[in-house]
Design a protein around this ligand. Structure first.
Ligand code: G6P
Length: 368
């Protein structure tokens, strides 16, 4: 096992560091020499896509959080309405699905029972089934019409990291591919997004090359018993993933909210010293996030913010700012989740938790 960890203390931190490679592979294996996206496992034609009037993305846990970003990408690039659901809900709620529905299952293992059951239910109702899977030949992949394999490599730690960032890359590529097949995006805009996607592995590397500040914050904050995450737009989806990471491996009571909902309840819980992680990476929502940070600060919260490099105003309101390299708003999740993964990891280590095998959790849930 020590050899497999290649000198890292845990599989989780090893896998966090494998993300530039996983994201790079997931992307580069799908680009032809002219930088067009070619998805061999997906046979959706222009006619197929014109028929599709609704997309359901269904998954569990971290894969569900990747689906939330997928919704944004598909709606923005391919202009098809998308609903995202957790598999254990979807399979029992008699959802409206027919032959004009595209069902996208997202699963690292491809063996999660609820996801598989939801897929079968959608298939029975006539939906086209596309899956985003990491494990080649898994049940979810075998039962799908179209498959996109992420290139994360084997993920051992129970808490998912590199599977998530490669799933995000998958969602962007699927959305862009749909957009170019349907003709909903100009060639110029498409090329711009692809060019930006190519910069992401290096930008993840940059975050991973400078983790002292995050570790220092984790070492100072590890004894908190509750943490709130908040964000707006795509940031709230990443906030959910950051919160899940933290609770999974450190057993801290954490949850995430859309910052606009603060005053509808959560603000009542803020008191002196409450730790709040505020994601503020969306340019068009930046000012609004700064006001939300002020709101919690005014009630005594200690705020760690995540912002894009150069957005220095966050330093005036938050206590500490963790910066991510600049990218377009729609692609920030692949970067902004990295400090949150590291934060959760260092907190769990500081608390002496069994990082790779947290209590009560399994890597793949194949029972109900
Ligand atoms: C378990 C794991 C999570 C994972 C979820 C879905 O709860 O602990 O890390 O996100 O299952 O797994 P899947 O293999 O379907 O992505």
């Amino acid at each position: 096992e020590a050899a497999e960890k290649e000198g890292y203390q845990h599989f989780m931190i090893k896998e966090i560091h494998e993300q530039p490679k996983g994201v790079h592979e997931t992307l580069m294996r799908r680009l032809d020499k002219d930088h067009n996206i070619v998805l061999d496992g997906i046979k959706l034609t222009k006619e197929d896509l014109e028929k599709i009037n609704k997309v359901y993305i269904v998954a569990c846990g971290t894969a569900y959080h990747a689906g939330l970003v997928g919704r944004y990408a598909i709606e923005k690039f391919a202009k098809i309405p998308v609903e995202v659901d957790v598999a254990s809900e979807f399979r029992y709620r008699d959802p409206f699905v027919d032959e004009n529905t595209l069902f996208i299952a997202v699963s690292q293992s491809g063996e999660t029972l609820d996801t598989l059951a939801a897929l079968r239910e959608a298939k029975r109702k006539g939906a086209r089934i596309l899956s985003v899977v990491n494990v080649v030949g898994s049940s979810v992949a075998r039962e799908s019409h179209d498959v996109f394999y992420t290139w994360a490599g084997p993920e051992i730690a129970v808490a998912s990291t590199k599977a998530y960032t490669t799933q995000l890359m998958a969602m962007y590529l699927i959305a862009l591919n749909m957009a170019s097949t349907k003709g909903t995006m100009s060639k110029e805009d498409y090329s711009k997004v692809v060019a930006e996607l190519k910069t992401l592995p290096e930008k993840i590397e940059k975050i991973l090359g400078d983790i002292d500040k995050i570790q220092h914050q984790a070492d100072a904050q590890f004894s908190n018993e509750s943490v709130f995450f908040m964000g707006r737009g795509l940031d709230v989806n990443v906030a959910h993933e950051g919160s899940l990471k933290l609770k999974e491996i450190s057993y801290i009571n954490s949850f995430a909210i859309a910052a606009g909902e603060l005053k509808h309840g959560t603000i009542a819980l803020i008191e002196d010293g409450t730790l709040v992680i505020a994601l503020a990476t969306q340019d068009h929502l930046y000012e609004k996030m700064l006001s939300n940070i002020q709101e919690v600060k005014a009630r005594g919260a200690y705020v760690l913010a995540v912002a894009k490099e150069g957005n220095k105003e966050a330093e005036k309101t938050a206590d500490v700012v963790m910066y991510i390299p600049d990218t377009t708003d729609e692609l920030t999740p692949i970067l902004s989740v990295i400090p949150l993964q590291l934060f959760a990891y260092f907190i769990a280590v500081a608390r002496g938790c069994d990082v790779d095998k947290p209590k009560n959790l399994a890597k793949s849930v194949t029972v109900e």
